[in-house]
Design a protein around this ligand. Structure first.
Ligand code: PEP
Length: 240
């Protein structure tokens, strides 16, 4: 199972102190053979976090990247090569918070290609809005996001899918188990052999319900991952 911590725009150098708890837990956790933990902090923390986790099996990723993998006059931007250079192994692309800020499927496709060229693994986020869910066009929306996002990418082996319904992110609301199972199945049929994660308000209280959905390969955890106790709790309960 994969557990991805998306710290979003939170955290300073002192936030790294909490990592030793997760590291200690990971080292002593008996079921750690199938357990993968990936931390995606803000770019400012990728280097110090990678150094801190050097001897651990916890991996580090970024939350976004520029679509170009060459240097260029793009003030404030960071590309996938630069992220790799400071220790990132993964990058999240297509998060709904960035889609809402104007990121298009075409741009997402360029970012994924660029990340793969740089040797990063990609956590590709897809998900429908509440109004799309109400219109019952979830599958149509996901199909389009997958098709355009992965356009002309022949080898998907380094692309993981994170299904994150927009209405579930940061709201405390999660999909009904049967609906989530069906949607994950739909995605798996579209992208064969790809691991599919669920993200949206995962916390220690709802993880028992979520872990019973057998086709989910991991969880993308936002808010709750900033608290290492909650994050460890989520992992422990998943394996219990
Ligand atoms: C996210 O932003 O990817 C996410 C899943 O957030 P949260 O867990 O806070 O809903």
């Amino acid at each position: 199972m994969y557990f991805i911590a998306n710290w979003k725009m939170y955290g300073g150098l002192n936030s790294l102190n909490s990592l030793h708890k997760v590291n200690k837990f990971f080292k002593t956790f008996k079921k750690n053979k199938s357990l993968r933990i990936i931390y995606c902090p803000p770019n400012t923390l990728i280097r110090p976090m990678s150094k801190k986790l050097k001897k651990s099996n916890i991996e580090v990723g970024a939350q976004n990247c520029h679509e170009k993998d060459s240097y260029g006059p793009f003030t404030g931007s960071v590309n996938s090569k630069m992220l790799k250079n400071v220790g990132a192994k993964y990058v999240i692309v297509g998060h709904s918070e960035n889609r809402q800020a104007g990121e298009t499927d075409k741009l997402i496709n360029q970012k994924i290609k660029s990340a793969l060229r740089s040797g990063l693994k990609v956590i590709f986020c897809i998900g429908e809005t509440l109004s799309q869910k109400r219109k019952k066009i979830t599958n149509k929306v996901l199909n389009k996001q997958i098709k355009l996002g992965l356009n002309k990418i022949r080898n998907n082996s380094k692309v993981f899918i994170a299904y994150e319904p927009v209405w579930s992110i940061g709201t405390g609301v999660i999909p009904k188990s049967n609906e989530l199972f069906t949607t994950i199945n739909f995605i798996k049929k579209k992208i064969k052999k790809s691991k599919v994660f669920y993200g949206g308000s995962v916390n220690p209280k709802n993880i028992n319900e979520l872990k019973s959905i057998i086709n989910i390969d991991g969880f993308l955890v936002g808010g709750a991952s900033q608290d290492s106790k909650k994050f460890i709790d989520i992992i422990k309960k998943t394996y219990n």
